[in-house]
Design a protein around this ligand. Structure first.
Ligand code: HXC
Length: 518
């Protein structure tokens, strides 16, 4: 090597070192005090070893307000580039809180947009690791423009490539809107926060005292608001969870989901299911147990685990092929559908449909949750989201009715009446307009009132109604149920159905877009 080339390479190394130093040793030490990884360490944990290629390492901001010309760090507080997760190409950005609090400058936005454009053009997922105080205040409206460019790309890419966000620090203002457009939001317990505006501003405007944990911590967003889909104990756990999710989802909307080999036989008979559903229809049981008995190797990645637990959604494999699972949970609110459950399941179904992931539904639903609170908050509109999502989905849809499937909730939860492909029912299924007691109280009100012994009359009429309607055979007789199966056959039949539907083609009429009741 010539002396000149050697000097040039040494100069390059110095520049690289300057970029790698981020906000400097002191700020990095402070950042790491409470267990957080640096922006670069996060990229290393997320990606397959040695696969990361950085883009725009030397870009800096052009702001001269408030002496910012003296505050320049190569890369400007964000690391962008591409790499692989389990061999699959992904594009990413990772904000460096040690550089101006990871705040969004015009330069940061340009760097992010560049990789987002590449991700869209090349049909690969985009992962954003956010650790930012929001718009860079010194740049003012320039940085708002940057956010708008990112939001636009989030929207354009929606339904074309999967978009995933990890919230790994205090994220405020613009730093929270892009995540909520993306498909999945991950948060780290005790170190990450999301709010439109923080506790100080709230105190000034509304005089309300609230801690940042209460306002926008991982618990708040995974349990109350539903903004967050997955929570993790620490940074490393969060990044490994993203890797796990990536195993189930395709690279883009034209790609097939990643299929893995499995040792679990497609013909496995699940005897346990013959005893799992209680004889007494009022007795709860754990639908998660049904799911884990049925899916490959009992492995289920639950999404939105802590939010609206009366419905369960998540990913699993059937004979090696990824499926999305939607299920009522009789243990919580008797499995009723309410506003949050409808929103949760509808968004999940739309992701599966956009990315060609078949939907398997397990149904035990007594209806929509009644009450003033639900009505005032718009259960009609929110419940309709779920109905819309199921009806609109063109991926293979297979539904297993384990017990109750009443009224509107029966129609909504993947019934054949809403374009599902296969409806299977257990002998314990009760597919009816409503539960026997409720029905009898309405249609036999006078008869019961006039009876010598109203309680005995009600019991007799209820038994008659149950005999007539609380079973799967009326629906099987009408062809609304394809097959009544012994529960032990559930796994085999779902896999048979998936095979039967392997080449399913179904489309919706051409339109600009539908008008889902938002
Ligand atoms: C410029 C910022 C910044 C920002 C933080 N910093 N946020 N610099 N613009 N938005 C800088 C700090 O000045 C500090 O610099 C360093 O980052 C670390 O910040 P600290 O406050 O010391 O850290 P911490 O105590 O952990 O608090 C973090 C924080 C807080 C909660 C994020 O910094 C904060 O509240 N920031 C402002 C949040 C906010 O209101 N953003 C909204 C912007 S408007 P030094 O040099 O001291 O280390 C917006 C609108 C977009 O985003 C709307 C689009 C729809």
């Amino acid at each position: 090597m010539s002396e000149i080339m050697l000097q040039k390479i040494q100069d390059l190394e110095k520049r690289n070192d300057r970029a790698f130093a981020g906000g400097g040793a002191d700020k990095i030490a402070k950042h790491k005090q409470n267990g957080r990884l640096t922006a670069r360490e996060r990229v290393e944990v997320l990606l397959d070893p040695g696969s990361f290629v950085e883009t725009d390492r030397f870009m800096t901001h052009r702001c001269t307000n408030f002496g910012m010309e003296k505050n320049k760090v190569p890369g400007d507080g964000i690391i962008t580039g591409y790499g692989r997760i389990n061999g699959k190409l992904v594009y990413l950005s990772s904000q460096d809180f040690t550089v101006n609090g990871g705040s969004m400058s015009r330069t940061q936005a340009n760097k992010i947009c560049k990789v987002m454009d590449l991700a869209l053009k090349n049909g690969a997922p985009f992962i954003s690791i956010n650790d930012s105080g929001g718009a860079r205040i010194q740049e003012g409206i320039e940085s708002l423009g940057g956010y708008a460019d990112i939001f636009t790309r989030n929207v354009t890419s929606s339904g074309v490539i999967p978009q995933i966000t990890a919230i790994m620090g205090p994220c405020a203002g613009g730093a929270v809107y892009s995540p909520s457009i993306t498909d999945f939001v991950f948060m780290v317990e005790n170190t990450s926060y999301m709010f439109v505006t923080g506790p100080d501003v709230i105190k000034t405007v509304t005089h309300e005292d609230v801690t940042k944990e209460e306002l926008g911590g991982a618990v708040t967003h995974s349990q109350k608001s539903g903004v967050c889909h997955f929570t993790a104990n620490d940074d490393k756990h969060c990044l490994l969870l993203i890797r796990e999710l990536m195993n189930f989802i395709p690279s883009n909307n034209l790609d097939d989901s990643p299929t893995l080999g499995t040792k679990d036989s497609p013909d496995r008979i699940v005897e346990a299911l013959n005893t799992l559903i209680p004889d007494n229809p009022k007795k709860p049981y754990d639908m998660l147990q049904v799911i884990s008995e049925v899916v490959d190797e009992g492995y289920f990645l639950e999404v939105h685990k802590n939010f609206a637990q009366n419905v369960i959604v998540g990913y699993a494999r059937m004979n090696g092929r990824p499926v999305g699972i939607v299920a009522n949970q009789p243990q919580i609110l008797a499995g009723c559908l309410n506003i949050d459950a409808s929103r949760k399941a509808a968004r999940f179904i739309r992701f599966c449909d956009a990315f060609n992931i078949p939907i398997i539904s397990f149904v035990d639903v007594p209806g929509f949750l009644p009450g003033r609170d639900q009505e005032w908050n718009g259960i009609i509109t929110h419940g309709a989201k779920l109905l819309y999502a199921y009806a609109e989905a063109t991926v293979p849809k297979i539904t297993v009715i384990t017990r109750k499937a009443y009224g509107g909730a029966y129609i909504v939860m993947g019934s054949k009446l809403l374009r599902a492909d296969v409806n299977l029912a257990y002998p314990s299924a009760e597919i009816a307009v409503m539960g026997a007691e409720g029905a009898v109280n309405i249609i036999h009100r006078e008869k019961i009132a006039k009876a010598e012994n109203p309680a005995a009359e009600r019991a007799k009429l209820t038994a008659e109604y149950e005999q007539m309607f609380s079973n799967p055979y009326v629906s099987a007789d009408l062809g609304y149920t394809d097959e009544v199966i012994e529960p032990a056959l559930t796994r085999k039949r779902i896999i048979d159905s998936l095979e039967m539907l392997r080449n399913k083609r179904d489309t919706n009429p051409p339109k600009k877009h539908g008008n889902i009741p938002l």
